[in-house]
Design a protein around this ligand. Sequence first.
Ligand SMILES: [Zn+2]
Ligand SMILES: [Zn+2]
Length: 404
Amino acid sequence: MARKAHPNSSASKQPILSAEVLDGSRGGLAAAGSEQSSGVIDAQLVSSLESQSVSAPCTACGSPRAGDSKFCAACGAPLEIADPSAVVAGNSGSSVSAVPNHMFKCQNCGSEVATSLDQRSYVCPFCDSTYVTEISVSRSGRQRPEFVIGFAVTSQDAEEKFLEWLRRNSWFRPGDLAVKAISEKQRGVYLPFWHFSVHAASSWSARIGEYWYRTEHYTTRDSKGNTVRRTRTVTETEWFPLSGHHNRYYHGFLVPATKGISEAEARAIHPFQLASLTRYRPYFLAGWMAEEYSVEMPEAMEKTKEEFRQRQVAEIQRFLPGDTQSNLSVNTEFDVTGSDLMLLPVHVLSYRYRDKVYRFLVNGQTGKVVGEKPYSATRIGVAVAVILAVILIVFVVALVMSAR
Ligand SMILES: [Zn+2]
Ligand SMILES: [Zn+2]
């Protein structure tokens, strides 16, 4: 009778009634999102939200400035020390006020967008629909954003990124794509995200199984028909109950609250460097658009909790001792220590081609691009036909040569 030694298992044969498997440290970074699901996005650690001093954004590119530096860190333009409320940023051209004073709802995709741009007519930045109606700017019960990351990528840069991205594999683009007219549809939009700081406290219990090996004697007949005694090793499992606690502090996870772009797009445009988060001031929106959140806070919090509930279970599973486990039951309680609405900068370009909406996105902080472009079925068909023709010719030539 021999017990198999296992590095994770307790050396004692006595059943262990309680064990502290892991002690989550407050403020520790959570494991990177291998078990990522359900609309929660990993992001960089939030740091020094309170310590950052805020002054008016760069008038050339709209990115926030740190302290009282004389030049913009993003574009190098000289910064004027001006009254923040008078600062103009973003897509200048039409008259711009520092505070969003227009708000419209797209009747096609349902997104609600605030803007300080004074235009006679609006086009939805997300679905390129003109079917929009102006609604009241100030509606009660709406939460104001707490934090914002300013645009560091200018509209011109974003447009160049679009043209360059479109140029790749350009032969397969439909010939009638009005590229110039399309590129003018680009809009800088602040997209809403929810962020929660959460302490998760889990109590768990499980049955831990450890293998041990028993030598068994048995009788059988050998090839000559004689009765012989043999021995064999049988694996047995010894079960014992185990329970414990697993605590962890989570933050840096974002739940998209946008209706304008899909969850997959919101995930693809990440990451944002949340270290540059700044306290929200209305003048950040000057010249840009800002989407209203359309996922309410309780719903976003539930999504966050569900994600962390799963992560807690996955972490506990990873650290359970023994050779095998069963009946794991985890009960997780949450203490939400902070909930914030954030606005993150994205250049959105939506256009229609043959009744389908295509979207091209540029992360307004990092310049990362995400998009889908139309391909010409005719041109792809031509390319395939040419390749097939070449193969056929080679085949026929080979046939003729071998027939000689
Ligand atoms: Zn600048
Ligand atoms: Zn729309």
